[in-house]
Design a protein around this ligand. Structure first.
Ligand code: UTP
Length: 502
């Protein structure tokens, strides 16, 4: 551990002497823990980090309009545009790979969830479903179910290891939550949590921000911190030891995420892809999502802020948006590709600037909660490895079926607990009706089969189907066909066996 004098020397050398300005006011204990924190920092790299952050925040993003083109049709598959036979073949291939225990899933759960505004990890959030399940529980159950589907289709017992990337903020509560809930029925040895790195937040004048008198404001290094974290925590070695070849990487907040989706896995594997991304058609030209496209021939995600509105609005001959492949943070990687990234490319990843409100102590020692952004957080993004792929594919999926993220607190018009809950319940109503059930709404009126509504709108009835019963609508006809069901209706395993016995 550094001594006070060493820390002071290093900090002075990189123009950050203010970090120790409250040293005389700290207790012995606070001094010890501050020195410990400083010892873990890359003090040599701090100068570059601070200057880089300041410069990056001052420069507007480079406009890419002149250089972009859509992903070529040959590199993009689509659920809507494919025939049933292809979809079945991909699903079968995906289930086969899962049954051979070659597929793992990796959850990005290191974010601070500032927009949602809760003090615990987002995965522990309960969006108010009739079952009161949290996002973590829904995901754990989907893993179990798809594992079971693979075993039924292709034989021997298999497992889908679940890697969970956390950060200093989310690791301890996530671990505790999983333990308290018995890993939601998964084998604890198949749930592997690891931590990503943290980096200092920087003020607009290039100074490290002090969160307390003896504490630097640190933030996780973005979900692209994954690649460094894979190395730090020997995750690729673990994958190799388990015989995993493919990884499905996804964000914690999409309530509709299809974990280890066999169709997506099967599509990517049969195309020989090393890297793949699920996309949804952009809802409108102004929807603020990144678009998967090519820039000077290289695949990447272009942020909404990097192109002009005229480019975002370009339409093709059929009226469709030219740049419509909305990125939904749902990726396929081969282990070999990740190994390559870890060995050769991870230090070349772009840094993105996020301007955030970072609580700090001012020079008089007062604690301040800023009302407008005062700090720069530099983040890496998980998709920034696309340019290193040798065979990239995109796969367009149906938004209502696969994408409804939880980003904001209730009250926001989009991506809130209410819209996430509604999206899931709408989907389950569609599944039940498609399986031949008649759902009675709260007034006892039959829900018409065509009452499916768009993502986030209130569902016609409260019908929730446990992922342990159905992963994506499969197997419901034998349980629900020709039944009239009062809602709220929860189809869990117990109810399913009762229905089967009737
Ligand atoms: P977001 O960019 O939506 O960030 O993360 P967030 O932290 O969840 O929410 P805000 O912006 O503070 O409101 C997208 C995904 O990337 C993960 C998040 O946990 C989420 O699954 N993430 C984000 C990380 O794993 N690490 C990070 O450093 C940042």
């Amino acid at each position: 551990m550094l001594s006070y004098e060493e820390a002071q020397q290093h900090l002075e050398a990189v123009g950050q002497a203010h970090v120790l300005q409250f040293w005389s006011e700290l207790s012995d204990e606070e001094r010890q823990s501050f020195l410990q924190e400083l010892s873990q920092l890359d003090l040599k790299g701090l100068k570059n980090h601070c200057e880089g952050a300041q410069r990056a925040a001052e420069c507007p993003p480079e406009s890419l309009d002149q250089h972009i083109e859509p992903v070529p049709p040959g590199s993009i598959g689509s659920v809507r545009k494919s025939d049933g036979k292809s979809l079945e073949e991909w699903e079968n291939e995906g289930l086969l790979q899962i049954s051979k225990s070659r597929v793992g899933v990796l959850l990005l759960a290191g974010g601070q969830g500032t927009r949602l505004g809760v003090q615990y990890p987002k995965g522990m959030y309960d969006v108010g479903l009739p079952s009161r399940k949290t996002l973590y529980q829904i995901q754990a159950e989907r893993i179990q179910r798809v594992q079971q589907l693979a075993e039924r289709r292709h034989g021997p017992e298999c497992s889908i290891p679940w890697y969970i990337m956390t950060s200093e903020f989310t690791l301890a509560p996530t671990e505790k939550f999983f333990k308290e809930n018995n890993y939601f029925g998964l084998k604890p040895s198949d749930v592997l949590m690891f931590e990503q790195r943290m980096i200092p937040a920087v003020s607009f004048d290039g100074k490290v921000i002090l969160q307390g008198k003896g504490k630097i404001a640190m933030a996780p290094d973005g979900n692209g911190g994954l690649y460094q974290a894979l190395v730090d925590n020997a995750v690729l070695e673990d994958m190799k030891k388990r015989g995993l070849e493919y990884l499905h990487v996804y964000c914690v907040d999409n309530i509709l995420v299809k974990m280890a989706d066999p169709v997506f896995i099967g599509f990517c594997v049969s195309r020989g892809a090393d890297c793949g991304a699920k996309v949804v058609e952009k809802a409108s030209p102004v929807e603020p999502v990144g678009v998967v496209c090519r820039v000077q021939g290289v695949t990447q995600v272009v942020e909404y802020s990097e192109i002009q509105p005229e480019t975002a609005q370009l339409r093709g001959p059929g009226g469709e948006l030219v740049f419509s492949a909305g990125n939904i943070c749902n990726h396929f990687f081969t282990r070999a590709f990740l190994q390559d990234v870890a060995e050769k490319f991870k230090d070349q990843l772009k840094q993105h600037v996020a301007l955030k409100k970072v609580p700090f102590v001012d020079s008089c020692g007062n604690q301040v909660k800023p009302t407008k952004p005062n700090g720069i957080k530099m983040e890496k993004f998980v998709f920034d490895v696309f340019p290193f792929s040798r065979n990239f594919v995109a796969f367009e999926v149906v938004r209502e079926d696969e994408f409804s993220p939880l980003k904001n607190a209730d009250g926001a018009p989009t991506d809130s607990p209410t819209t996430a809950r509604n999206s899931l319940l709408n989907q389950h109503c569609r599944w039940a009706v498609a399986a031949g059930a008649t759902l009675l709404d709260e007034h006892g009126k039959a829900v018409p089969p065509s009452s499916s509504v768009s993502v986030g709108d209130a569902p016609p009835a409260q019908c929730e189907i446990s992922p342990l019963v159905s992963y994506f609508g499969e197997g419901l006809d034998q349980l629900l066909k020709e039944r009239t069901l009062k809602t709220p209706f929860i189809l869990d395993e117990k109810r399913a066996s009762e229905l089967q016995a009737q």
